[in-house]
Structures are given as structure tokens and as C-alpha cells.
Ligand binder design. Structure first.
Ligand SMILES: [Zn+2]
Length: 205
């Protein structure tokens, strides 16, 4: 089976609980420490087997092989990718069956990261997730005071729109945000705006 490692927790000395997002769900498996184990870290795509243990509901992670990306040695890229997966883990950790959408999205992202600007890839992917979950707010009313936003739109966590008076953040041209929400494409935003949207994304889903 293939999956993406989206969380690890050390237990006992060198054993690990490893959370893997596969086509169906986030599954947490136990990896016993051993000299011949391959290296494990958040962000790796792996092929693996899940073997039953004598504890109910606990499976052992075995036969791991790393499926590296072409860009894996580009530290900045890999770090941004890891940050995104950590957010995704917090978001999905308590959901039993998440379905294939998130896995497929990670497949796409890992390809886009070969060439594209990583922060743009991440904010665009975040926007795709919000749409998939029915959480895109394209009614453009400030969530605090209810005012209709005609020209300038601030975006807070989960890219919820607000007015500048209520949240004291930088405003984006509404036209740009509309395009971004519709196309999941950040082309109209300049580099500073991308930084701002990226920082907002890091607040979580
Ligand atoms: Zn307001």
C-alpha cells in the first residue's frame, strides 16, 4: 500500500507511532525500532505493509520503502511541504474515513513542487480543500460585522472574509480573491500577498 507520512510520535526509546494518509484514511501504525529499518520522517511517501499485532486495532508498520520525490533534497521546498502535512494531520486526525480526495491532492502537489513556487502551490491547494469541504466563503460579507465587502477583502483563518475595520489586516482587491477562490490559482497575487496568504494558511484549516 502507498501513503504519505503526515505525523510521527516517538514512544518508548526508539519506537514510533506513524500516521499515514492513504487512499482511504489516516492510519496510525506502530513501528518497532530495528537496525535495518529505513528512515522515516514527515513528508515521505512510502510503500508499506500493515501487519496485525497481538493488540486489537494496533497494526505494525513493515516492509517500508521510501518513494522519493525529485525535489526532496531542496530543503525549503521540503520544509514547506512538511508544514502543510502537519496542518493536514491536525485537520484530519479524528476523521475515520477521509476518502481519496486528500491523497490525490498530495499526489498532485508533489508533482507541482517539481517546478512551481511552493508557497503558491500550498495556498492554492488549501483553497481546493476549502472548496471540497464546502467552506469557501464567496458571499463576501465580513464575518464579524456583516458588512458587504465591495472592493477590499481581508482574509482570516480558513480564508474567511472580513473588513479591515474588524480585523486590522491587509486587504486584497476583491477581484483577485474572487479569481483565487474560483480558479484556485494565485497568479493575480504578488509575492507579498502570497506571503500573507501563506501565513494565514499556517494558522490552520
Ligand atoms: Zn467588519
Amino acid at each position: 500500500m502507498q501513503g504519505y507520512i503526515i505525523n510521527t510520535v516517538k514512544v518508548r526509546d526508539e519506537d514510533l507511532l506513524v500516521s499515514i494518509l492513504n487512499q482511504k484514511r489516516v492510519k496510525t501504525l506502530y513501528r518497532f525500532y530495528g537496525a535495518r529499518h529505513s528512515h522515516i520522517q514527515i513528508g515521505y511517501k512510502i510503500d508499506y505493509e500493515a501487519h496485525p499485532t497481538n493488540k486489537e486495532n494496533l497494526f505494525q508498520l513493515r516492509s517500508v520503502s521510501h518513494l522519493p520525490f525529485k525535489w526532496i533534497l531542496q530543503r525549503d521546498r521540503f520544509y514547506i511541504w512538511q508544514q502543510f502535512l502537519k496542518l493536514l494531520y491536525s485537520h484530519l486526525r479524528d476523521v475515520d474515513e477521509v476518502g481519496g480526495f486528500y491523497f490525490d491532492l498530495l499526489e498532485d502537489i508533489s508533482r507541482y513542487l517539481e517546478k512551481e513556487n511552493p508557497k503558491r502551490v500550498m495556498i492554492e491547494s488549501y483553497s481546493k480543500i476549502l472548496e471540497y469541504e464546502g467552506r469557501i466563503h464567496n458571499d463576501f460579507n465580513c464575518f464579524v460585522c456583516g458588512e458587504k465587502l465591495d472592493k477590499s477583502v481581508c482574509l482570516v483563518r480558513s480564508y474567511v472574509p472580513a473588513c479591515q475595520k474588524c480585523v486590522a489586516k491587509r486587504g486584497f482587491l476583491k477581484k483577485k480573491v474572487e479569481h483565487f477562490f474560483r480558479m484556485h490559482n494565485s497568479i493575480l497575487f504578488d509575492a507579498d500577498e502570497v506571503e500573507e496568504l501563506y501565513a494565514t494558511m499556517l494558522e490552520g484549516f
